[in-house]
Design a protein around this ligand. Structure first.
Ligand code: ADP
Ligand code: G6P
Length: 495
């Protein structure tokens, strides 16, 4: 593999890489490649990182000679296409400036907060938008260069909303799917976007558009009708070139078997016991999130802190373990959040801790899947309190790991997962008193009640795994009629 580094170039990756011709009959396009660099002797190697999406798509990628297109995460570094654990990947380079404007700016300081109920103030900058458009075109060109005639291309998430339409213009023969992993905002918020029409048209370039929950699919179709005057009927829409597309909910899930197996492994079982011993508490409350302001960390820490200070949770027998993965650390709101919660935790531990123990154990790090599984196994109560979340996979991973049927899940009603995980202890994270009462119930309910609830959660999660999610989306995409040239078909009759 060859690579070259440039410190500053806005024309990075202008020529799409295409070593073998347009030969892939299945193409995944995502902002990130699912790879991690492993340093060896001499040349670096890359291997697939074990995320849920990769696990779901790996069999399809292998079977259909698929390719994954995405950014490998290092600004200014050019890599040739290569294979990671046997899967061909095509890296899309981003210069330092493009990372600032397209990734940190438009994607994560405009779209991310706006789509999450504006829980942080979205910033609108025309130069960010220009970069977003330019980079989306780069991804589209790359997909057009590797996709075989009639291939299926599956575009992922909010960073690439313009790709479906751009790709269709380049390659009308393709079958294009788009899945939004985060919430789609209600009309009143979406209207704020100065580039709202272009984004809607961009997504509607797909034959099938997937959302986490049905409400978001309805919002999207309604906006197509009201803002773009598209003809629509239920989940179908017709574009001006008389193509029919569909928008539907496909709630994403996790690789349940892999979590169960790992959780039952002797290493994890003994590590979970060790974690319990090390924490030395009767009750372990647990939180694990990317350090993101959408996750409701301030409210969660406030609620737990008050329970300790009011003596309703006893630090001698209860500990709150909060694991926070570093994320988007150059974006202002993320820096502010880290400062805020570290101050909050410091105050709580400073006033209620003893030499022997602190009520909150806080780790600002990412851990291996094995370690995380052991933490899930060790935890008596998992607290998941996003202010808004597309799905929240953590809420599904916990029941999958609680193979002994113990444990309790406290879950925000504003996570997509709350629609399925009805047996969770549901909270409104803005209501601190309500959250405190519910946390106490999750800690203190009789074991039989908790077991019954956990059984319900496990049933839901084990019967809807990530493979079912990918199969359902790809089957529906396959079933959609091929695009037809304008005036040569009868596709305009939606429904
Ligand atoms: P988001 O996609 O917004 O980060 P999710 O809860 O849907 O939120 O997914 C987060 C994923 O990251 C989960 O699969 C979870 O296991 C993983 N994860 C979160 N925090 C950590 C951590 N500290 N170490 C390792 N994995 C983590
Ligand atoms: C969320 C988004 C993903 C994103 C991930 C990590 O899950 O939906 O698209 O990849 O967060 O964020 P990052 O900015 O590190 O890619």
């Amino acid at each position: 593999m060859t690579s070259s580094t440039e410190s500053r170039s806005d024309s990075a990756g202008a020529t799409p890489a295409n070593p073998t011709g347009p030969s892939a009959s299945f193409v995944v396009v995502a902002n990130r490649l699912p790879v991690e660099r492993v340093s060896g002797d001499g040349d670096d190697e890359w291997r697939m990182s074990p995320g849920g999406l990769v696990t779901a798509l790996e069999p399809v990628l292998r079977q259909k000679h698929g390719v994954w297109i995405g950014w490998h995460g290092v600004p200014g570094e050019h890599l040739e296409p290569f294979e990671a654990s046997g899967i061909p990947v095509v890296p899309v380079p981003l210069s330092g400036h493009e990372v600032t404007d397209y990734y940190e700016g438009m994607s994560n300081a405009t779209l991310w907060p706006l789509y999450h109920d504006s829980v942080a103030f979205p910033e609108y900058h025309r130069e960010w938008w220009d970069a977003y458009r330019r980079i989306n075109r780069r991804f589209a060109q790359q997909a057009a260069a590797v996709a075989a005639e009639g291939a299926v291309v599956w575009v992922q998430d909010y960073q690439l909303q313009l790709v479906p339409r751009m790709l269709r213009e380049l390659r009308p023969d393709l079958r294009i799917g788009f899945f939004l992993h985060i919430p789609f905002p209600p009309e009143e918020l979406f209207q704020q976007l100065p580039w709202r029409r272009e984004i809607l048209e961009g997504i509607a370039g797909a034959d099938l558009v997937g959302f986490q929950v049905a409400k978001d699919a309805h919002n999207f179709v309604r906006l197509l009708r009201q803002m773009l005057r598209y003809q629509t009927h239920r989940d179908r829409f017709v574009t001006p070139d008389r193509r029919t597309g569909r928008a539907q909910a496909y709630p994403i899930s996790i690789d349940v078997n892999a979590f169960e197996e790992l959780s039952n492994s002797p290493e994890v079982v003994s590590r979970a016991a060790e974690i319990r011993r090390d924490l030395g508490a009767k009750n372990i409350l647990f939180g694990v999130d990317r350090l993101d302001y959408t996750k409701g960390l301030r409210q969660r820490i406030q609620a737990v802190g008050e329970l300790f200070s009011e003596g309703r949770l006893d630090p001698a027998e209860t500990v709150f373990l909060q694991l926070a993965t570093p994320s988007r650390e150059r974006v202002e709101e993320y820096k502010r959040l880290r400062d805020d919660i570290e101050l909050q935790i410091g105050r709580i531990n400073g006033s209620m801790g003893t030499i022997a123990r602190s009520p909150i154990t806080y780790l600002h790090t990412s851990v291996s899947k094995q370690e995380l599984t052991a933490m899930y196994r060790a935890a008596d109560v998992l607290i998941v309190t996003p202010l808004r979340d597309g799905m929240n996979l953590v809420a599904k991973e916990y029941p999958a790991c609680k193979t002994d049927g113990s444990g309790a899940l406290v879950l925000s009603e504003f996570a997509g997962a709350a629609e399925e995980l009805r047996q969770a202890y549901i909270v409104n994270p803005y209501d601190i008193n309500g959250m405190k009462e519910t946390i106490l119930r999750a800690v203190g309910d009789p074991p039989a009640t908790k077991r019954r609830r956990m059984r319900g959660l496990r049933k839901q999660v084990t019967s809807h795994d990530i493979h079912a999610w990918a199969d359902a989306f790809l089957r529906d995409l396959d079933a959609i009629r091929r695009p037809v040239a304008p005036n040569h078909g009868d596709e305009a009759a939606a429904g």
